[in-house]
Design a protein around this ligand. Sequence first.
Ligand SMILES: Cc1cc2nc3c(=O)[nH]c(=O)nc-3n(C[C@H](O)[C@H](O)[C@H](O)COP(=O)(O)OP(=O)(O)OC[C@H]3O[C@@H](n4cnc5c(N)ncnc54)[C@H](O)[C@@H]3O)c2cc1C
Length: 498
Amino acid sequence: MKISKRVTWSNKIKKYKVHPLKYLEPESYQDVVAAIREAEQTGARIRAVGSGHSYSDVAITDGYLVNMCRLCRLLPLKKEQLKAAWQTQPLVEVEAGITVEKLNKQLDKQGVALINMGAIDNQTISGAIATGTHGAGRHLPALSGLVRSMVLVAAGGKTYRIEPTDGITDPSQHNEEDITLIQDDDTFYSVVVSLGCTGIIYSYVLAVVPRYWLYENRSVDMWFKVKEKLANGKMFDDYFIKLNGKDVKLPVRSIFIVVNPFKVKGEHTCMITRTFEIDKPPRWRLKDGTRAILSSILSRVPLTFYLSLFVVNNIPRLVPRMLETSIKAVRDATYINKSYKVLFQGFEYIASQGHGSEFAYDRHQTTYLEVMEEIFDKVAQLAHQFKLYPSSAPTIRFVKGSPAYLTPEYQTDVCYIGNPVLVRQKGASLILNAYQDIHLARGGKPHWGKITNRLDGETELIRHWYPKFETWRQTMLQFNPAGTFLNGFAERMRLDEP
Ligand SMILES: Cc1cc2nc3c(=O)[nH]c(=O)nc-3n(C[C@H](O)[C@H](O)[C@H](O)COP(=O)(O)OP(=O)(O)OC[C@H]3O[C@@H](n4cnc5c(N)ncnc54)[C@H](O)[C@@H]3O)c2cc1C
């Protein structure tokens, strides 16, 4: 195991920096056990970290910081220990530190794929699952919904294989040395999304699906029309696309909407990205396999980012036009590729310079549409009063409800509203606070990995949103009785208090 002292670790947007007592890169499950035992002996706290892509301080500790980057292998699945019905199902076991990007490539080689993922692939699978990372698709789960079994190393280095009550492992066949099998819904749905507070996850068994292809269509429409179609459900109707030279009507797999928060020519313009599952096209032309070429190139070029930042900070009145142009640049763009390439939404350079918050609302209520209108009003007010023009456009995505106790979509199909802002925009925190205040007043539930500072002191809300919070907390204390895996974030949210 690589061990360093005097390392400065910061999250990717460099908002949070820390000098941990020890910085460790375990190479095996035994290394994780040893790291936890050593931290406990010295009275230090310990926490696993993934790629550091969370915007919040959820991954920070000044004790032992365990970077999972070397634990990134696909493991042989122990089929003989599974119940008969599961032995023929497509499952893979992976070490927790594998990035989504590497996992996708490895799965592709085996002819399988993830059913969904977030908009980027730089996260580790454990970092993404631990904060409830989701993609788009009202019938599709977040990444935590793919987990069928996981190996958790907890206090004392004790190790558990944790599964739902009707889990995949046949208890009579389970023979992993030093690993205790727990098959219990309360334990599983508490640990799967637990922000690193229950211990260090060493591996997951994930459900995968046979490799599939996606067709992505990006179109432009006016917000008032989109809003109406969202309210009456027509937005989710089957949709005509041009496939192999023919017009075909297909079920929409996912919808991702980006809305210009400024009115240009009297209206808010939206970019709507729809995906459709298709068979591999008989003729696959290079032009189908690349997104709108100019915007793809520009999104990778730092110059584009610096130009945008310059405009935002120095000629802010141009921001509404700038957003309008970037939304319209992808009008009618078609992109066909293997699933994971389409699910990766691009905008690499600019995305890594942004941060933001994201809040979930019951999809079956219209509150989220009212919240969007409130955001537009707030944006207009900030621009008018303070000449502060938010650099980025709000987003809308839908995600299927989840049984995991601490996910914003717990038992509810949700609409997520995202509010990105460039990190280096002057006044960025003021803008993000204004957005968060709207969401908190409207009952939105925050994404744990994104900016949540306005939640400080709102601990009652967390108990209110999550009816299973006390079960989650009791489970967390079972694996973490001395608070070894807590950090400043967990304490601010008082996740250890009844
Ligand atoms: C450009 C960009 C785009 C994004 N797009 C999306 C999106 O489309 N959808 C979405 O939902 N989110 C999105 N996010 C948020 C991101 O997916 C989450 O913040 C995710 O948690 C980051 O993963 P990570 O590997 O960087 O984890 P980190 O940020 O390093 O850690 C996150 C948490 O996981 C814990 N953790 C990590 N590994 C382990 C382990 N092995 N055991 C126990 N705990 C562990 C950490 O302690 C921490 O609490 C985006 C972020 C960025 C920067």
